[in-house]
Design a protein around this ligand. Sequence first.
Ligand SMILES: C[C@H](N)C(=O)N[C@@H](Cc1c[nH]cn1)C(=O)O
Ligand SMILES: [Zn+2]
Ligand SMILES: [Zn+2]
Length: 476
Amino acid sequence: MADLDPLYAHIDEHAADYIEKLREVVAIPSVSSDATLRPKVHEMGLWLQAELERLGAETKLHYPGTHVMDGEELELPPIVLGTYGTDESKKTVLVYGHYDVQPASLSDGWTSDPFTLTELDNGRMVGRGSTDDKGPVLGWLWVVEAHQQLGIDLPVNLKFCFEGMEENGSEGLDDMIVAEADGYFANVDAVCISDNYWLGTSKPCITFGLRGVSAFALTVTGPGWDLHSGVYGGTLHEPMTDLIHLMGTLVKPNGEILIPGIMDNVADLTEEEEALYDVLDFDVSELEAAAGAQTLIHDDKKQTIMHRWRYPSLSLHGIEGAFSGQGVKTVIPAKVMGKFSIRTVPNQTPDEIAEKVKAHLEAEFEKLGSKNTMHVEALHGGKCWVGDLNHPNFKAGTRATEKVYGVTPDFTREGGSIPVTLTFQDALGKSVLLLPMGRADDGAHSINEKLDKSNYLNGIKLLATYLHELAAETDL
Ligand SMILES: C[C@H](N)C(=O)N[C@@H](Cc1c[nH]cn1)C(=O)O
Ligand SMILES: [Zn+2]
Ligand SMILES: [Zn+2]
């Protein structure tokens, strides 16, 4: 295998260039769930295509069509495909990432403009998408660029697949992958995704499981328009009262989900799985620090991690249509929509979950005797995934981590979701490795999202080393 020390030195020397490029992409507010920002998501996709072309990849944009969001028909952003190298004597690695981001605004509590990458003295680079997932996506590009600049042969062929709807249901992606399994993806030997985080803040990990996600909108409609609570309060069924009651029937404050039958299919805990939690080097105080609170439900670290990885959870996210401004507005909102989602685990399926949620809410609404109307909509559902830690793809990731960080990584599952992971595994029949770049306290989806400069640079080295280790794998 090539000596990678010159590559590592080169990556360190080019830190400023990599950071400038990250600044450039953070400044594109590619928020997939905001209809007004949809042009920015397209812009970000085209930015990536241009970079891939600049590096010599053959690219193709796949436009999955349109979808309706907030009553508006919108063009789905392109899935950016790129082929770099077609040498039949080399293995082909498919790398996936997403270029859309979660919403962010200063008013949420950010200490700097979310779309301006802000470098802090402690090495943190703060900005929306820095860790989720623009930093890692860019990392793959710099791996290719560094090899070119040093004249080192890239030991594998690469296929890129970057989507712009991951944070909003990955619409159109699964269909394209299935349709192209024997086409664009035909020669793929292994898949790697860098889109999650270490378990803590100091030790790297590789990840072999993800929870799924099923998102819902629960709408209660009453009066024809918003009403004066002094004039109408006490005289009619109020949508907000019904909604709050219904949302309260979903989950207990201790996290227990109240939907009948929801735990029926949850996989049993085996001794082998339990042993994995026992050896984990996990400090709950890091989780508390990253959350900015000491409000954990479970005292025991093993229970905490199991409830994050292997049990479902239900979170209430927000209410559309409700008054949320400052001061008091004595109004009865006419129509309110509660948003919640369930993180799902083996062996739950989105269809089964949606059926149980709907049956439960319909039964609860019936009990209210309300004259309002209620509608439950399943917004998007992604399946959970568990990979095989013993596969050579994971061995390559492990060796790469050991080389770059000098420690054996934690082997983790992730509480979040990357719905495409299982699709790649099933449709292509190939192993998918999750190789994270960022840390547990990066604040993905939260305020002040950041990527540490050291994680960015070591992450680029890690992705590069993984490709070399995979190329050296004889068992693949
Ligand atoms: C883990 C990954 N970086 C991520 O953040 N995934 C999202 C996917 C999603 C699903 N609905 C909206 N976004 C997540 O786990 O929330
Ligand atoms: Zn995300
Ligand atoms: Zn992500």
